[in-house]
Design a protein around this ligand. Structure first.
Ligand code: AMP
Ligand code: ZN
Length: 463
């Protein structure tokens, strides 16, 4: 039985879907105004693990992810500039070109770490009509007011506001900097924009549409309510996001959706913690981020990043360092080497044994993947027949996503002595000790073998 921590109840709960056997899952996707970094990838890898865990438990999952290509300002409190328009004016491209470029970059990055695409990927700009309809429903229910600047959601009219973050409305901190525009007609600092008008500092906004209230563009939050309900229904099972989404974005999504339908929006809220670098959150705004191609350029396999993220629980912060990435690369190479010599195909899926059961039990404990990974290694080291190990590992890898099916059974006979030198050389190479790495390559060659560096780690062949 799968158990998940639900931010809404602040408890670990048994997962029971609204409809037997089926799961509707929505993931807040990227704002495509800048490069996807490896911090983002942790969130999407953990979503991938959640989805695959649900599938391993026999559920059929319908997964939807949005692409924010309009309306997300540089501050969550509806102040600052539109991130997309800012990105365009900084680079001399059109907003549409900026969105396309970074969306492509996002998919290239998620592909590199083997994240499966959502069944539906939906763009905010392609669902403006749905967003307008939702705002109309909220207006009909008396939950909005209009100023000369925007259409606002009136949080004082929604009694459940603050339930997700556990903050009372009077304690809610909504920061606003003195150097940005603040709408003086806004009634409560927590009221948020449903629709911006192209007036004042948004006068030259290039992405704009007509609406019953006037020409403009949607606020950031409304797209997720409109598109999730469009594809998953008014009530659905799981909504995921980063922990920074809890107090504003997701609180607002609940208010918009339940304010319109009067029904519970989402049953389980799942939130992922951050990747830090030098004790700070890795982020676009702090410019302390690394991209997947940067780690590749340093000689790491992107799958080593995936392995690294499997070693921490999704609700814990993770400190990124190249030392930890090196350890993950070494562990992944070792795992690949272990499985290369295994026989595949004699044992069928139905022969899942106690190791697989313990593995699934661990992931079912609120996605305790580090514990599940320990079971993988215990099984690898066990004296079980290798064909049975292979059958188990292929099943486990349906959740882990390490693409082990590419290497299982791809045997190369390498003497232990050579393998030791290969491991040492890989370590030296990742530590950028090229002198030592070349020295070791020479020693390996003298023993009659050649090392080839590849995206899957070091490969060895006889010369
Ligand atoms: P951004 O586009 O930078 O606002 O990030 C989009 C989302 O990605 C955030 O709301 C977070 O949920 C997630 N995210 C951003 N930075 C990190 C990080 N360093 N570690 C994990 N997730 C992150
Ligand atoms: Zn969202």
């Amino acid at each position: 039985m799968l158990k998940l921590f639900n931010t809404l109840s602040r408890k670990i709960e048994e997962f029971v879907p609204l409809e037997k056997g089926k799961v509707g899952m929505y993931t807040c996707g990227p704002t495509v105004y800048d490069y996807t970094h490896i911090g983002h990838l942790r969130k999407y890898i953990n979503d991938d693990i959640l989805k695959k865990t649900l599938q391993a438990n026999g559920f059929s999952v319908h997964h939807v992810m949005n692409i924010t290509d309009v309306g997300h300002l540089t501050s969550d409190s509806d102040t600052g500039e539109d991130k997309m328009e800012k990105g365009a004016s900084e680079t001399g491209r059109t907003v549409w070109e900026v969105a396309k470029f970074y969306e492509d970059y996002f998919f290239k990055s998620v592909d590199a770490v083997n994240i499966e695409r959502a069944d539906i990927v939906c763009r905010a700009t392609e669902h403006i009509g749905k967003q307008v309809k939702l705002i109309e429903a909220l207006e009909k229910n008396g939950l909005v007011y209009v100023t000369s600047h925007a259409v606002y959601f009136d949080v004082s009219k929604f009694s459940k506001y603050g339930e997700l973050s556990g903050q009372k409305l009077e304690d809610k901190e909504v920061g606003s900097r003195s150097d940005v525009f603040v709408d003086k007609s806004k009634k409560h600092p927590a009221d948020f924009v449903l629709w911006f008008f192209t007036v004042g500092h948004f006068k030259s906004h290039t992405m704009k549409w007509s609406s019953p209230w006037g020409e403009g563009f949607p606020g950031w939050h409304i797209e997720c309510s409109a598109m999730s309900m469009e594809y998953l229904g008014e009530s659905f099972d799981i909504h995921t996001g980063g922990i920074d989404h809890i107090p504003v974005h997701h609180e607002n999504e609940i208010a918009q959706s339940e304010g319109a339908t009067g029904k519970q929006f989402v049953k389980y809220w799942v939130h992922h913690d951050f990747v830090n670098i030098d004790k700070e959150k890795m982020s676009k705004s702090k410019k302390n981020f690394l991209r997947v191609e940067e780690i590749e350029g340093k000689g790491y396999d992107p799958m080593a990043l995936r392995y690294l993220y499997l070693t921490a629980h999704y609700r814990s912060e993770m400190a990124f360092s190249f030392e930890s990435l090196t350890s993950a690369q070494v562990a992944l190479n070792k795992l690949r080497e272990e499985v290369r010599g295994w026989e595949v195909g004699i044992f069928s899926q139905s022969s899942k044994d106690k190791f697989y059961d313990r593995f699934l039990e661990a992931v079912n404990e609120d996605l305790n993947v580090p514990k599940a990974l320990a079971v993988v290694w215990e099984m690898v080291k066990s004296d079980m027949p290798s064909a049975q190990k292979a059958a188990d590992l292929l099943e486990m890898d349906k959740i882990l996503g390490l693409e082990l099916s590419k290497v299982i059974g791809q045997k190369i006979e390498i003497p232990e002595e050579v393998q030791k030198l290969v491991d040492l050389r890989e370590k030296a190479r990742l530590e950028k000790d090229f002198e030592r790495s070349d020295e070791l390559r020479g020693e390996i060659k003298r023993l009659g073998y050649e090392v080839l560096d590849s995206a899957d780690g070091a490969k060895v062949k006889k010369v």
